[in-house]
Design a protein around this ligand. Structure first.
Ligand code: PEP
Ligand code: MN
Length: 352
């Protein structure tokens, strides 16, 4: 349920509505808007029977039922787009954010090389896994804390905020020490204790769609994070499993405009895991921007043939730079600039 206040409702009237909602045993969420305040209600199981008590309070314009099962994530609950700020980088605003980096942190040299290269080509954030969810327990599992330290050094060197995966609640406190943004991977999208735990931090979260998850599953997973008080969530379409095994996954691009209708949260696309092939990454990245994605997360490696994981889908830095040029033109066609860093004042960077 959403209580929409009149445009001129006073702070006292808003507080009186909140108090009444609390008296009913529910939680009010006042959301000031450009013209008027709306107050969301959570905690109710089904329709609120005493809703008439709210309707009669001074300053109340109308009550709207939120029909979606995900409440705080839904567009019904919050009409305006959410912009998630990751250490100064706004995701979900007018600009398009391109995040790039290796699948995994293999070494200091490899990570710093790739970080420098993607920074030079215009990436706005750095990706890299220190804890890797691998299908086989015998595959490389990531460098762990040593990897996090390398990412922190790469951030220091380039000024790019870092997104890295957190796999479990045990390592969350450690990952929070280093990461600007916490990635929840496809395999963990429905790990509800982990979702709740990241929800109790205020750190931005990149929530990747599970490969057998419906859009509703994804939005309800995000709801776990918002319900704990963290609304800094960016959703990521990264391909799903279908009957077609021609590619690693099937990029489900129509969900980008669909999710933007259903939710106020930003949506980005991972064309690397979705296709699993470097030669398909650039066309899919172009399509994602054309479809309205708020950004991309792309794997780049300086020597893909020797990559420890996901080399087949990694772009080399030159291809990544070529992609950025193409994307700038597509972004212009959809009237959104690519976010970029420009050098000002002798090395300090700012967003343009
Ligand atoms: C990754 O980003 O490296 C990754 C493991 O992605 P996903 O969880 O989408 O498979
Ligand atoms: Mn990968």
């Amino acid at each position: 349920m959403l209580v929409v206040m009149e445009a001129h409702a006073t702070a006292e009237q808003i507080e009186a509505v909140c108090a009444e909602i609390r008296a009913m045993g529910f939680t009010p969420h006042p959301m000031p808007g450009p013209t008027r305040t709306a107050i969301g209600i959570t905690g109710n199981q089904g329709p609120i029977e005493q809703a008439g008590r709210l309707q009669r309070l001074p300053g109340v314009s109308q009550l709207i039922r939120v029909t979606a099962p995900y409440k705080r994530v839904s567009r019904e609950f919050k009409e305006l787009d959410t912009v998630v700020e990751v250490s100064g980088v706004p995701i979900g605003g007018a600009g398009i954010a391109v995040i790039a980096g290796p699948c995994t942190v293999e070494s200091r040299e490899q990570t710093l090389n790739v970080a420098r290269a993607v920074r030079a080509a215009g990436a706005i954030m750095l990706r890299g896994g220190a804890y890797k969810p691998r299908t086989s327990p015998y595959s490389f599992q990531g460098l762990g804390e040593a990897g996090l330290r390398i990412l922190a050094e790469a951030r220091e060197l380039t000024g790019l905020p870092v997104v890295t995966e957190v796999m479990d609640t045990e390592t969350l406190p450690l990952v929070v020490e280093y990461a600007d943004m916490l990635q929840i991977g496809a395999r963990n999208m429905q790990n509800y204790s982990l979702l709740r735990a990241v929800g109790r931090t205020q750190r931005p979260v990149l929530l990747k769609r599970g490969f057998a998850a419906t859009v509703k599953d994804l939005l309800l997973a995000a709801e776990y994070i918002l319900a704990e008080g963290n609304s800094n969530v960016v959703l990521c379409e990264r391909g799903i499993r279908t009957f077609d095994d021609s590619l690693r996954f099937t990029l489900d691009l129509a969900v980008v405009p669909l999710i933007k209708q259903l939710s106020h949260l930003p949506v980005i696309v991972d064309p690397s895991h979705a296709s699993g092939r470097a030669d398909l990454v650039i066309p899919m990245a172009r399509a994602a921007i054309a479809a309205g994605a708020d950004g991309l997360i792309v794997e780049v490696h300086d020597n893909p043939a020797y990559a420890v994981c996901d080399g087949i889908q990694a772009l080399i830095p030159d291809s990544f730079a070529a992609m950025m040029h193409q994307l700038a033109r597509i972004a212009a066609a959809v009237e959104r600039p690519l976010l970029s860093r420009v050098e000002v004042n002798g090395g300090h960077t700012t967003l343009a």
